[in-house]
Design a protein around this ligand. Structure first.
Ligand SMILES: NC(=O)c1ccc[n+]([C@@H]2O[C@H](COP(=O)([O-])OP(=O)(O)OC[C@H]3O[C@@H](n4cnc5c(N)ncnc54)[C@H](OP(=O)(O)O)[C@@H]3O)[C@@H](O)[C@H]2O)c1
Length: 256
């Protein structure tokens, strides 16, 4: 398969992947990267139906199979039915990318209980629901690659206004390491990809003045593109056979 500037690795040919929150941002880039490497990709979306449909058309042009799996990962039954839909259609699930996420950044004093619950349910519970639903099939296959998208900065250093988001993402990192130990015997690896500040709608919500301050702290002096984060996730999915329980930081050197 040829694409743009060179030959595409087909290292995921025959593999089936599910990406949560795939319609836009980092999830979209991950889905495209997995498709370019030959995987059949199930695209989860919650509200961005139109963008998900456009992405599906784009993937069909690349070549691999693709399906849409709408649902809210924060709702247990919906999250679990995403996995079941993929298994019913394609009879296996090799790669799960738990990408869906929301932020409600503000200091803890100003955080409402509902905001804490929303962030925790989408990021942490969503990751748990999808992962626990995917594991039985992966165990039976004796193959699985799970990639959880966390965040580099607040989970390693703490960050003002990110106690809620950082709490959820930090819990995913700890969850990942423990499940990696439990699942290694089944040839299931589970790792995190930890983006720094990445050019998506999530970052677009940050005022320009604050963005400038953030940029000045990044050794590479720029924000990441979603495709750069996607390459790290695809690497773990396609070539990370001997890597488990690890965190791959894609942060321009923000935390070294
Ligand atoms: N951008 C950054 O700087 C940055 C940095 C570190 C980590 N991250 C992490 O990277 C991941 C992707 O972020 P992004 O920047 O691409 O964000 P984004 O552009 O805001 O996209 C968020 C995605 O999550 C999906 N989503 C939200 N709630 C959902 C739910 N309950 N069920 C299913 N899907 C849901 C959205 O789907 P719909 O549009 O269909 O609702 C959307 O596709 C997140 O986990 C985020 O925490 C981002």
């Amino acid at each position: 398969m040829k694409e743009g500037n060179g030959t595409i690795s087909e290292s995921l040919c025959g593999r089936v992947a599910l990406v949560t929150g795939a319609a836009r941002g980092i999830g979209r880039a991950v889905a495209l990267e997995l498709a370019h490497r030959g995987a059949a990709v199930a695209l989860n979306y919650r509200s961005s139906k139109e963008s998900a449909e456009c992405l599906a058309e784009e993937i069909q042009k690349i070549g691999p199979e693709c399906m849409l799996v709408p649902g809210d990962v924060a709702v247990k039954d919906q999250a679990r039915s995403l996995i079941q839909t993929v298994l019913d259609a394609w009879k296996r699930l090799d790669v799960l990318v738990n990408n869906a996420g929301i932020t409600r950044d503000k200091s803890l004093r100003k955080t409402a209980d509902d905001e804490w619950a929303d962030v925790t349910f989408v990021n942490l519970n969503g990751t748990y629901y999808c992962t626990s639903a995917a594991l039985p099939a992966m165990m039976e296959q004796r193959f699985g690659r799970i990639i959880n998208i966390v965040i580099s900065y607040p989970t390693q250093t703490g960050d003002f206004g990110q106690g809620t988001f950082g709490g959820a993402k930090g819990s995913i990192s700890t969850f990942t390491r423990s499940v990696a130990l439990e699942m290694a015997r089944y040839n299931i690896t589970i790792n995190t990809v930890a983006p720094g500040f990445t050019r998506t709608e999530m970052l677009a919500a940050v005022p320009e003045k604050v963005l400038e301050q953030l940029r000045s702290k990044i050794p590479l002096r720029r924000f990441a593109q979603p495709a750069e984060v996607a390459k790290a996730a695809a690497f773990l999915a396609a070539d990370g056979d001997y890597i488990t329980g690890q965190q791959l930081n894609v942060n321009g050197g923000l935390y070294i």
